[in-house]
Write a protein that binds this ligand. Structure first.
Ligand code: PLP
Length: 420
């Protein structure tokens, strides 16, 4: 029990520090035997030695905090979880000191999402999904969880009347999962309004927000009424394209307990080394996000006035239908942009082959700029009619703007677009 007292103390200790300070210091000494190393140590071990029979028995019975086996907990992982508690939860804890915020780390974003949905829904229950989700999340709901008797329905989170009808038509719903901003069209949904609606109709539904595109630096769903926040740390949180990982943060004791059961029995736990890299990445999150946002804004403005570009999707542009909501809900509009080329499929392919500096790759949120063409890559398997109806047109290009010098990114774009 001493360890958890210590963790609570350290969590409270950092409450009044700014976000950037907490990125660097919060959690650093949680779970570590002494503050002997400057950065948290990597506990690259599968199992832990007990001092004696009594300690082994006490750790297993929960009488004493401690580690037994790395699937069930590891000091390096615990450090990252404590840091994330502080980043997503410090502001709500200041308002309500009794609230217990907890984070569970996973081996991937999908490990985090699948475990969350398994923790929340059982056979016969329903999950309400936003109609634009990461492709694997959609596939998980309709091709995996459905086989275990968990049904899913989709709704457009921008249409609150439709959302209300959906809530009333699905009294057995246990969870609602949305993403904002969305991929690849950067739609922004009103987390506060959706949370209010859910609480007024069926308060037993937990609102889960996939905060991968925004990170806690730009948007904190728990402060806006969400019950659970999920992240793919593969993206901005790690930020260097080195790790596949996930995190789930919640202030619900009930969710925390069932999530831990799923984690230890299903086993989507992260490796200590990957976790250490994620923690290292998190330390510079505010610096990176500011630069991602600076660069994305300049590039979005440049593209908006380019003769080869039909339309730009970026919630930071005043022309975006999501401008006002993004301004209210997010600190800044983020580093992701998508835009439509006038030349359609051919122009999209040609751009992928002639662009310099931007790596032709899926994924996002890395310090380097990445570019991809959904119609010929990530969404090539979706029938054209369906794809175009969902807004993923032939000439749509998605860009994850990195933290390079912006002039270099702009001249790479100028050079490439000039050739189309
Ligand atoms: C990448 C991503 C995921 C899945 O995460 P993995 O780490 O690849 O498993 C889930 N949601 C969003 C929004 C993502 O971008």
């Amino acid at each position: 029990m001493e360890d958890s007292k210590n963790a609570d103390y350290l969590e409270r200790f950092y409450l009044n520090y700014g976000f950037g300070t907490r990125c660097i210091h919060a959690g650093e000494h949680v779970g570590q035997p002494q503050a002997a190393t400057h950065t948290g140590a990597i506990y690259q071990t599968s199992t832990f030695i007990f001092k004696n029979a009594e300690e082994g028995a006490d750790i297993f019975s929960g009488k004493k905090d401690g580690y037994s086996y790395s699937r069930m907990g590891n000091p390096t992982v615990k450090l990252l979880e404590a840091k994330m508690n502080s980043l997503e939860g410090a502001e709500i804890k200041k308002l309500n000191p009794d609230l217990r915020v907890s984070t569970q780390a996973f081996s991937s974003g999908m490990g985090a999402i699948s475990s969350t949905l398994m923790a929340l829904a059982s056979q016969g229950d329903t999950i309400i999904l936003g109609d634009v989700l990461y492709a694997a999340t959609d596939h998980l709901a309709f091709n995996v969880l459905n086989r275990f008797g968990i049904n899913s329905v989709t709704v457009n989170p921008a249409d609150l009347d439709a959302f209300e009808r959906c809530l009333k038509q699905n009294p057995k719903a246990k969870a609602c999962l949305i993403e904002t901003p969305t991929n690849p069209l950067l739609s922004v949904y009103d987390i506060k309004a959706i949370s209010k609606l859910i609480k007024s109709i069926n308060p037993s539904i937990k609102l889960v927000v996939d905060n991968t595109f925004a990170t806690p630096y730009l948007q904190r769903p728990l402060e806006l009424g969400a019950d659970v926040v999920v992240h793919s740390t593969t993206k901005y949180i790690c930020g260097h394209g080195t790790v596949v990982g996930g995190l789930v943060t919640t202030h619900s004791e009930e969710v925390k307990t069932s999530l831990y059961t799923v984690l230890k029995d299903v086993g989507a736990n992260p490796s200590p080394f990957d976790t250490w890299l994620v923690n290292l990445g998190l330390k510079t999150l505010p610096l990176r996000m500011e630069k991602h946002c600076d660069n994305a804004m300049k590039i979005a403005q440049y593209l908006e006035h380019h003769p080869k570009v039909k339309q730009v999707n970026y919630p930071g542009l005043e022309s975006s239908p999501y401008y006002a909501l993004a301004k209210k809900q997010m600190k800044r509009p983020g580093g992701m942009i998508s835009f439509e080329l006038k030349g359609g499929l051919d122009a999209g392919r040609k751009m992928m082959d002639s662009i310099h500096l931007f790596s032709l790759a899926v994924s996002l949120g890395s310090v380097d700029s990445l570019i991809q063409h959904p119609a010929s890559m990530t969404h090539a398997s979706v029938p054209r009619d369906k794809r175009v109806a969902s807004g993923i047109t032939d000439g749509l290009v998605r860009m994850s703007v990195g933290v390079e010098d912006c002039e270099d990114l702009l001249s790479a774009l100028e050079h490439c677009l000039g050739k189309l």
